[in-house]
Design a protein around this ligand. Structure first.
Ligand SMILES: Nc1ncnc2c1ncn2[C@@H]1O[C@H](COP(=O)(O)OP(=O)(O)OP(=O)(O)O)[C@@H](O)[C@H]1O
Length: 279
């Protein structure tokens, strides 16, 4: 469990960026937590506080009952518990060849060579990027680089995975692949925290949400708690996901995923009847 208690953070004096943020991550049934908020609301700053790269100006972070400590050894231990994938993949790519880059953090931990090789091979398979193993990273696409950055964190097998804007710069197919990757990770028990303002993506993959506006949590809850309040979303410069709009404006059931909507036989039959009546 990760607890944030009255956390405040400023980069510069008298310019608070995070304001009295309190939240609990890792409650039962909340395996994928979404932090949603517009540009500049403080999502990345929150993530950097969570992994100890920034230190709260006041308040504290408690991980599994222990307040976060900031000396080197404690931070190294934290990195094995909470892994972060940055918005910009280039920020965490250190080697020129894919397999070397993915192994980077494992070498730092001093793991035996055969263990490193096994973990790298396994993650390459899991992410469906075996064909990229010996490729130079500079020739990869943005979406492929993102997968390499994720692979370099997944090999650490950390309990928590923080994904900062994982769909930024991805085309629709890349976003679809990211959704299935996240679902695959959830399926094997990975706890994930995602930050984004891509509402359709977040609606599809997360099961608990926090809305961050101007550095403050203005709402939290499950899908139906946060997305039905159109006014709150608008004032937070966010839009309703399209599945919620269908529910809100056309009074269709609130589907969790597009797949659920298209599999609804009852709805399909009703639409077919409407069509028949019209003809
Ligand atoms: N190193 C820094 N020094 C000073 N101010 C910063 C620094 N990094 C971010 N900020 C400011 O902190 C605020 C929050 O930025 P942050 O990147 O956390 O927001 P965000 O919600 O992740 O935005 P985005 O969706 O655009 O990635 C912004 O006003 C930003 O200008």
């Amino acid at each position: 469990m990760i607890e944030l208690k009255h956390l405040n953070f400023s980069y510069e004096k008298n310019k608070p960026i995070l304001k009295d943020v309190s939240l609990n991550l890792g409650e039962p049934g909340e395996d994928v937590v979404g932090i949603i908020g517009p540009n500049g609301s403080g999502k990345s700053t929150l993530f950097l506080n969570l992994v100890g790269m920034l230190k709260p100006t006041s308040g504290k972070i408690v991980v599994d009952g222990q307040p976060l400590k900031y000396h080197k050894k404690a931070l190294n231990q934290l990195r094995q518990k909470i892994g972060i994938v940055f918005q910009n993949s280039d920020q965490q790519i250190f080697y020129s060849i894919v397999k070397d880059d993915i192994a980077f953090a494992l070498h730092n931990l001093g793991l035996p060579e055969d263990e490193i090789k096994n973990r790298v091979d396994r993650v390459l398979e899991e992410l469906d990027i075996v064909s990229l193993k010996n490729k130079p990273i500079q020739y990869l696409s943005g979406g492929q680089k993102k997968r390499i950055a994720i692979a370099g964190i997944l090999v650490l097998r950390s309990e928590w995975l923080l994904l900062d804007e994982p769909t930024a710069g991805l085309d629709p197919d890349g976003t679809k692949r990211m959704i299935s990757l996240i679902k695959q990770l959830i399926g094997r028990g990975q706890k994930i925290i995602i930050s984004s303002h891509d509402m359709d993506f977040m609606y599809e993959v997360c099961d608990h949400f926090y809305i961050l506006r101007d550095g403050q949590i203005v709402k939290s809850g499950r899908k139906q708690d946060v997305f039905l309040d159109d006014q709150l979303l608008e004032s937070s410069k966010l839009t309703q996901p399209w599945l919620v709009r269908l529910h809100d404006k056309l009074h269709l059931p609130l589907y969790n995923t597009a797949a659920e909507l298209f599999a609804d036989q009852h709805l399909a039959a009703e639409i077919a009847n409407l069509k028949k009546d019209k003809e």
